[in-house]
Design a protein around this ligand. Structure first.
Ligand SMILES: C[S@@+](CC[C@H](N)C(=O)[O-])C[C@H]1O[C@@H](n2cnc3c(N)ncnc32)[C@H](O)[C@@H]1O
Length: 234
């Protein structure tokens, strides 16, 4: 699946790295749930879209090595560093890069895989370098009311489609959660969307569309659909 906002959004993450940390309320809850449900205490971890280190911060067991990949320089700058941490400022869809990293006890990714241009290929490549996965990603139920109102194409992946792909390679346990975040007014909602890094899509709205959306948005909340998957290779 290709979406036009992809090339934009990584620059966006870099540009908004500090502001992301203040507007990632949902992502914080997501990463906690994702990591709390990993029971195997894996020692050699690969984190795709590691950002400023949310996954690394949640790991509360002894590890040997933590490799994080993120193509946004300013996010990597905020990631904790120590002798166990290797940070690669690269595209996690780069097949050669993944192939040459060796084998991992687990590949984790929180709030990042929804940006993949070819999620099917990426999952296949991941299955070659690990026996275990833990992913949480935003799906196309996110900002549902906005997409319905504006009739904009939704580039986020569909959870059923994702599960179908994942089940080709992994025995999985999954959970889908709809989060609702309440705001005092519509302007704050759209400011949140802009700062949070969840959607690259809102930048495609014209000024008139944005104004109309701010006026007509029907709910006090924004909704986010998150798919959690924990899997073991078939
Ligand atoms: C919403 S942030 C999540 C960061 C962190 N995992 C967390 O839970 O807070 C998504 C991150 O994925 C990174 N990202 C998105 N697509 C990427 C790609 N193709 N290659 C590498 N990094 C990517 C972005 O730069 C950004 O830092």
């Amino acid at each position: 699946m290709t979406h036009p906002a992809t090339s934009l959004h990584t620059n966006e993450f870099s540009r908004r790295a500090n502001s992301y940390l203040k507007h990632n309320i949902i992502q914080e809850q997501v990463v906690k749930k994702l990591i709390q449900n990993i029971k195997t205490k894996p020692k050699n971890i690969l984190d795709l879209g590691c950002g400023a280190g949310a996954v690394y911060h949640e790991i509360n067991w002894e590890i040997d090595k933590f490799t994080g990949i993120d193509q946004a320089k300013n996010m990597c700058t905020l990631h904790p560093r120590d002798k166990k941490v290797i940070l690669l400022e690269q595209n996690f869809e780069n097949e050669n890069l993944l192939k040459n990293l060796g084998h991992f006890d687990i590949v984790i990714s929180s709030s990042a895989l929804q940006w993949a241009n070819d999620i099917e290929k990426l999952i296949e490549n991941i299955s070659k370098i690990t026996d275990n996965i833990a992913f949480a990603l935003f799906c196309d139920g996110t900002f549902n009311a906005i997409y319905t109102l504006t009739k904009m194409p939704n580039f986020l992946p569909n959870s059923k489609h994702l599960l179908k792909i994942l089940k080709k390679y992994f025995h999985i346990k999954h959970e889908k959660i709809i989060y609702r975040l309440n705001f005092k007014d519509n302007i704050s909602k759209f400011r949140y969307i802009k700062q949070s890094g969840v959607s690259g899509g809102e930048r495609k709205l014209t000024l008139t569309q944005t104004k109309s959306l701010i006026k007509n948005y029907p709910h006090t909340y924004l909704e986010f659909e998150v798919l959690f998957v924990w899997g073991k290779k078939i």
